[in-house]
Ligand binder design. Structure first.
Ligand code: PTT
Ligand code: SF4
Length: 610
């Protein structure tokens, strides 16, 4: 069976709820996670809805692999219309809450309305309860989770927001287990706008897989493969932090607001330094390749423990000129507690540092590498104090406020700040950012590693072809199964294992081609959602939405072995055209009518084309 086949609909305004069955053909067509979330947002949201209004829907979704004993399946998706970008937004979070949610008997939970007072939702397999959370409003995510466990029992799992979500910082996220964060494009702000401080889960039992024997057999083989993979030992030592040195060597480490791609002090924030500070490691549920590294650090004599990952460290380290992992870890920790995205925060700080250096702002200044002032700025953002109120709206809005040349080095795509790979010398990765489903995030395609092998300075048809495949696997399948992609990405677990898992779990004889069609369907639906929302709000939509910041085209690198590199604008557009062709979208990046119909999205076609 595998799917719970149930949707929980919660109305926070009325404090009511009911459940509905999900039709089998919907599950087959969208699988779960992102697929289901995109379908629900398309169906339930009024076009043009204000993302921070009660009418916007917030979705928590698991998939048919979530929580099964298959490699790294302890993940879930949080999705909504994004207040940061105005388009489709989601995030993937690895937490026990994913497993508990699956055990409550729902595949997705849809939250609409807004409470008049801070509220906690307590969801079990038997009931849905609305609890007062007045005492938690204003508290950090760490204390919130602790207090909720005291209140509901140590066996519950918690997703919560901090002051940033409450204050509707446009890149506020949802936090779990202190150091896990999901929903970069402001999913925490959507929760805050609904006065939903936290969701607490306590499940009963997992749904039975369709073919348990086969699922366990396939999973055991995969777990064994991972343990014996050549990269395993280094992975469990450094996890994503190994990428700092990799990015430095490959001129991809964002440095000084993506002005450069190598950082003089990279050794101070490297995986090797992290290993020296490491006091423990951990894993998301069902994972046998633990990559959560807990480091102990001391700032001004006060010790604490943080959980740094590559993106956090690059964006709060090299990108803002800090080469000290203790300082970066502290920033990371504080940002987790406020509940906002480290990538966007690092971008905003780097952007304000560059604006200050160029004397383009007078209201507030920040210098490269100034840890103390960066820490103050983080607080100002989370609490929307002074200039922090503007910084809380992200780089795109800040660049419009400053205007002129400042827009050229505003590092975002579609309003979402760029994650930690510089693309001066990686046009295919720039295309991956340009076309990602939620704005500039690497989750749909960490194309740069492949591109380095293919030839970085090439502009050809092969790159968009490989990019579409990579996005379909990562953004289509892993986000819908919902399961961590890192066994496949980092340790080379053959993707065909997942075809075996999904068949055994669901009992549906999915073929590879059918799974690719599901992924194409999800991509076109998500893109159609963006277009529908932009049109409904009277905002313009065009291929310029898929073009990364001017900096990468105009200002070459001046340091490192790839000094002089920049992206060729015509070459980029050539690959973008090929990309559109492969997706069946027109030259403005809009899915064609016949593409939508071929994918079974006739209802979407009739909205876009009348
Ligand atoms: C993800 C993004 C990432 S991706 C990182 S580090 W990375 C940043 N982490 C943050 C953090 O921490 N605190 C914080 N306040 N903000 C943060 N923002 C950033 O968020 C994450 C891991 C990692 S570590 C990666 S690559 C992989 N991502 C996966 C994905 O997206 N899908 C999937 N099926 N599997 C994945 N496996 C890996 O999971 P977002 P997590 Mg995160 C402290 O949420 O919104 O998708 O942005 O999920 O549980 O923290 O695991 O070098
Ligand atoms: Fe979590 Fe890392 Fe395991 Fe993925 S590989 S499930 S991010 S611990």
């Amino acid at each position: 069976m595998s799917w719970n086949r149930k949707l929980l609909m919660v109305d926070l305004t009325r404090k009511s709820y009911y459940s509905v069955d999900i039709p089998s053909d919907t599950l087959r067509a969208f699988i779960g996670g992102r697929g289901l979330a995109a379908k629900l947002l398309w169906d339930l949201n009024q076009p043009g809805v204000n993302p921070l209004s009660p009418e916007n829907h917030l979705i928590f979704a698991v998939g048919p692999l979530t929580g099964y004993p298959v490699p790294s399946s302890g993940k879930m998706l949080i999705a909504s219309k994004s207040p940061l970008t105005g388009g489709y937004g989601d995030g993937n979070i690895g937490t026990r809450a994913a497993v508990e949610m699956r055990k409550t008997g729902y595949d997705a939970i849809v939250v609409k309305g807004a409470s008049d007072k801070p509220t906690v939702l307590f969801i079990t397999c038997k009931s849905v309860e609305f609890h007062d959370a007045e005492d938690l409003w204003g508290k950090g995510t760490r204390e919130t989770e602790k207090k909720l466990k005291e209140r509901f029992g140590s066996d519950v799992s918690v997703l919560s927001i901090g002051p940033a979500g409450e204050n509707k910082v446009l890149y506020a996220t949802v936090i779990s287990e202190h150091g896990r964060s999901g929903g970069r494009p402001g999913m925490g702000a959507v929760m805050g706008s609904k006065k939903l401080k936290a969701v607490v889960f306590k499940g009963c039992e997992m749904p039975e897989p369709s073919n348990k024997r086969e699922l366990l057999k396939a999973a055991t083989e995969a777990y064994n493969f991972l343990k014996s993979a050549p990269a395993y030992e280094f992975w469990v030592r450094q996890g994503t932090m190994g990428t700092i040195v990799w990015s430095q060597k490959n001129s991809a480490l964002p440095t000084y607001n993506f002005r450069e791609a190598v950082f003089d002090d990279y050794e101070g924030i490297s995986g090797d330094i992290m290993e020296k500070m490491k006091v423990a490691s951990g894993a998301c549920p069902m994972c046998n390749m633990p990559c959560r590294n807990y480091v102990e650090y001391s700032i001004n004599g006060t010790k604490d423990v943080a959980e740094p990952d590559y993106e956090n460290v690059a964006m709060l380290g090299s990108n803002i000129g800090i080469g000290n992992l203790a300082e970066v870890s502290h920033l990371n920790n504080v940002i987790d507690d406020y509940g906002m995205d480290t990538i966007s925060t690092g971008n905003v700080l780097g952007y304000v540092m560059e604006l200050s250096e160029k004397k383009l702002i007078k209201d507030y200044t920040l210098e490269w590498g100034d840890f103390r002032k960066a820490l103050e700025a983080v607080k100002m953002i989370a609490l929307r104090e002074g200039f922090g109120n503007l910084m809380a709206d992200g780089v795109m809005r800040l660049s419009r406020y400053v205007g002129g040349e400042a827009q050229d080095f505003a590092m975002h795509v579609k309003g979402l700040e760029i994650s930690a790979y510089d693309c001066h010398a990686a046009p295919g990765m720039a295309l991956a950012y340009g076309t990602s489903s939620i704005g500039a995030h690497h989750k749909d395609a960490w194309f740069i590693s492949l591109e380095i092998n293919m030839g970085r300075d090439l502009y050809n048809e092969e790159k968009p072809r490989r990019l579409v495949l990579m996005q379909n696997i990562r953004g289509g399948l892993f986000e819908s199964f919902v399961s961590c992609r890192l066994p496949w990405v980092e340790l080379g677990l053959d993707i065909q294992n997942y075809v075996r898992f999904i068949r055994a779990a669901t009992g549906v004889d999915f073929t590879w081609d059918e799974l690719m069609t599901v992924a194409q369907r999800i991509y076109s639906l998500v893109r159609a959602f963006w277009v529908r929302e932009f049109k409904a709000e009277g905002k313009s939509w065009g291929r310029y939405m898929d073009i990364p910041p001017a900096r990468w085209f105009k200002e070459p690198l001046t340091k490192g072995p790839l000094s002089g590199a920049k992206v060729d604008f015509n070459g980029y557009n050539f690959m973008l055209d090929k990309y559109y062709e492969l997706r069946g979208w027109n030259s403005e990046g809009i899915p064609k009518k016949e593409t939508l119909e071929k994918l079974g999205l006739d209802y979407v076609a009739s909205t876009l084309y009348g």
